[in-house]
Design a protein around this ligand. Structure first.
Ligand SMILES: *Cc1c(COP(=O)(O)O)cnc(C)c1O
Length: 342
């Protein structure tokens, strides 16, 4: 089978890294302090199998009825693995929009399941067939905001979509903290709407590996049966608990990233790019010259990593993660230099 290829992770320090949508800012000081403190904790013992500390704190922060609405995981990628393992059997089908998060296909392949890609319409709208399904359709995955586009399907449409489906709809909200709205409230109303979140992007903890699922308690209980016993380690659980409690820090960082995002979008447009308005911490852009792959190589030679993406039957382009103002401006200046050389 074909593996999922993650973005490049070079040794630290050499590159300005705008290729994997990490947070350019370090996590909250309270998180670092909690990890340091936990390092002298009971590391010889197995951790709490269900990360109760975290689930309590997250339920409170997110206004959920209780911790039994949350399943914690070793990154939201693990949560997605658990969902596919739980819902999609051999020969059965999962659906994803296209272009979106390619990992879903790999997860289906691991299960011996089939995947079905439904292309977005112009303007990144979902076609109505996205909500149609037969008996074999067991799971639909919708990244919202989507990657690579950064666009959002509004909650009322998500609700209608879920109502039309014969199976659960997973709304992958890896980037929801950067968006105007999210689907968390829909989970309470609809058993077949499940939301995944991660601490990797907005909370600046990609190196820690922590993500979670929000769904109705009956589903959470069943999915917990098929996870690894100790899927969240002690240090990660402590770090994630401190992070989800640092909401003032989060609000500051989100504001900074959104301000840089809006400057980046304008800069790219001034340079002639077609830029999709983003509700995430990255922007998707294409240039009339079509020289996306060459631009990516040029930036890499100059120690700037962005993501070149080529989607067969659809097209290619560049996805640029939002860094600090300085990092992003350095990237913009290098793009300018490249365009002048054409
Ligand atoms: C980054 C990302 C994830 C994975 O997050 P982790 O918690 O780091 O595993 C999931 N879904 C999408 C769409 C992402 O871009």
């Amino acid at each position: 089978m074909l593996p999922y290829t993650p973005g490049e992770q070079p040794p630290p320090g050499k590159f300005i890294k705008l290729n994997t949508n990490e947070n350019p800012y370090p996590p909250a000081e309270s998180v670092v302090a909690a990890i340091k403190n936990a390092a002298s904790g009971p590391l010889n013992r197995y951790p709490d199998p269900t990360a109760t500390l975290f689930r309590r704190a997250a339920a409170e922060t997110l206004g959920l009825p209780g911790p039994d609405w949350i399943l914690a995981g070793n990154g939201s990628d693990e949560i997605l693995t658990i969902l596919v393992r739980g819902f999609v059997g051999e020969g059965q089908k999962l659906r994803l929009p296209y272009p979106s998060y390619i990992l879903y296909r790999t997860l289906a392949d691991i299960q011996g399941a089939k995947w079905e890609q439904v292309p977005f319409l112009d303007g990144w709208h979902l076609p109505s067939v996205f909500g149609e399904g037969d008996r074999d359709l067991r799971l639909v995955l919708l990244p919202n905001p989507n990657s690579p586009s950064g666009t959002v399907v509004p909650p009322d449409q998500v609700e209608r979509l879920a109502a039309s489906l014969p199976c659960p709809l997973v709304v992958d909200e890896a980037y929801a903290d950067f968006a105007e709205f999210n689907c968390l409230d829909l989970v309470r109303k609809h058993e077949n709407i499940l939301v995944t979140r991660t601490l990797s992007k907005s909370y600046g903890l990609a190196g820690i590996r922590f993500g979670f699922l929000v769904a109705q308690p009956s589903l959470i209980a069943k999915l917990a049966n098929i996870k690894d016993s100790y899927n969240c380690d002690y240090l990660a659980t402590i770090a994630a608990t401190a992070a989800i409690s640092a909401q003032d820090w989060l609000a500051d960082v989100i504001a900074k990233i959104k301000a840089t995002r809006s400057r980046t979008e304008s800069r790219l447009r001034e340079m002639g790019f077609d830029v999709t308005p983003s509700q995430a911490n990255f922007v998707w852009c294409t240039h009339p010259s079509g020289r996306h792959e060459q631009l990516h190589e040029y930036l890499k030679k100059n120690q700037i990593l962005v993501r070149y993406m080529n989607f067969p039957d659809w097209g290619d382009g560049i996805r640029i993660s939002i860094g600090t103002d300085e990092q992003t401006e350095a990237c913009m200046m290098m793009i300018e230099r490249y365009l002048q050389s054409l």
